[in-house]
Write a protein that binds this ligand. Structure first.
Ligand SMILES: *Cc1c(COP(=O)(O)O)cnc(C)c1O
Length: 383
């Protein structure tokens, strides 16, 4: 039965039926009063999840489009920027900034570790002319959560604007845009926000607007000043992704009905159970537990096991899809996502299937040992 798929990859993620139904509503005109009302409501709800008073823009693109929009509106050719690379997505910010002509100072931290704030502090002290600092909140490629609060305190004392990628944390983890002093916060639809791929979200602070007003990099669709003018009238410069907006309102309603705090707690619990389970099977996590992500768990593949074979077995025998490693981590790790429309049962099922797949792939996993650890976490017996 091929169509029964347990999608445990870090995006795209499963979309709840309520959201799917909302997207099947008849299309309405994107310049209608009805749609303007929808933009107004969606913006208010999005701000709650973003924990911000800043404007939040909805763009029709994947998450990378949001990263590009942030960069294109801030970076002028020749600007000095600091990019913090803790994995594939942090690296991407550096690549985008370079395309826009920035003089990129990239600090690469070993993948699997988090940002070292003392290094950032030294960089900022030595380079008062840095225009922007780029970082990743939740580094999906390594399963690491970076300390954006600490980073925000450092960058706040500096002229630079702080641009953060929260694509795989927004809607699942605690993302305090204003409290952490993040000037531009980027996220996307297909991760913890429980939507299909196709939307990016970008918030902009007053400090960032001052920089954006001085920007002259080429851009057309991604011009945030144009988007700001339109949003003032609950509108967008070009045709909105009408159906995805309907889905977005439904997913934001689900999050706010469950309560953002409860959603965050649920993700913490699922992550804790997943970590306990894989460790119970004798496997090792890629990152240290203190900064392990709450939406995706990165696990080192045991020596005896071929990652591709493990993933293939999980998919073909048990209909469970997990992710492999990216770039330099290819073949070394696999990743289990537990974000968005994810429950305790999803974790139990995935771990149960993993135990069997590991045995089929040459690793003697103690059957039930991982599931048991997850169950104990869920029963509140592991603190
Ligand atoms: C998924 C993801 C993105 C965006 O990827 P797209 O494929 O462009 O949607 C960016 N950053 C992080 C951390 C991600 O997980």
């Amino acid at each position: 039965m091929k169509d029964k798929l347990y999608l445990m990859i870090p995006g795209p993620t499963p979309v709840p039926p309520t959201v799917m139904n909302a997207m099947s509503k008849p299309i309405i005109g994107h310049r209608s009063a009805e749609f303007a009302d929808l933009i107004g409501r969606v913006t208010d709800k999005l701000k709650k999840v973003y924990q911000t008073e800043n404007e939040v823009f909805v763009l029709a693109s994947s998450g990378t489009g949001g990263m590009e929009a942030a960069t294109a509106n801030v970076v002028n050719p020749g600007d000095k920027v600091l990019t913090l690379n803790t994995g594939k997505f942090g690296e991407r910010f550096g690549e985008i900034a370079a395309k826009y002509g920035a003089e990129v100072d990239e600090v690469k931290f070993q993948w699997g570790y988090d940002i070292d704030l003392t290094v950032v502090e030294e960089k900022l002290k030595a380079n008062p002319d840095i225009k922007a600092v780029f970082a990743t909140h939740n580094e999906t490629s390594t399963g690491v959560e970076n300390d954006i609060k600490g980073l925000g305190e450092l960058v706040d004392q500096h002229q630079a604007v702080l641009i953060v990628d929260a694509v795989s944390s927004m809607g699942g983890m605690d993302v305090r845009t204003d409290e952490w002093k993040v000037d531009i916060m980027v996220s996307g639809s297909q991760k913890a926000l429980m939507l299909p791929p196709g939307l990016a979200f970008v918030s902009v602070s007053p400090k960032a607007w001052k920089v954006i007003e001085q920007n002259n990099s080429p851009k057309f669709y991604f011009d945030l000043l144009k988007a700001k003018k339109s949003l003032g009238k609950n509108n967008t410069p070009y045709t909105s992704a009408v159906s995805l907006y309907n889905g977005l309102e439904a997913s934001l309603d689900m999050i706010l009905e469950e309560g953002l705090d409860n959603v965050i707690k649920r993700h913490k619990l699922l992550a804790k159970a997943t970590r306990a389970a894989v460790m119970g099977l004798g496997l090792e996590l890629l990152p240290a537990q203190e900064y392990a992500s709450d939406t995706v768990t990165a696990i080192q593949c045991p020596m005896a096991v071929d990652v591709n074979n493990l993933r293939k077995t999980l998919l073909e025998k048990y209909n469970v899809m997990v992710a492999g490693g990216q770039a330099e981590l290819k073949g070394k790790i696999f990743r289990i996502a537990h974000m968005g429309y994810a429950t305790k049962t999803d974790v139990l099922l995935t771990i149960g299937a993993l135990e069997m797949a590991l045995n089929k792939c040459g690793y003697k996993a103690d059957l039930g040992a991982g599931v048991r650890e997850a169950q104990l976490v869920f029963l509140g017996e592991r603190d």
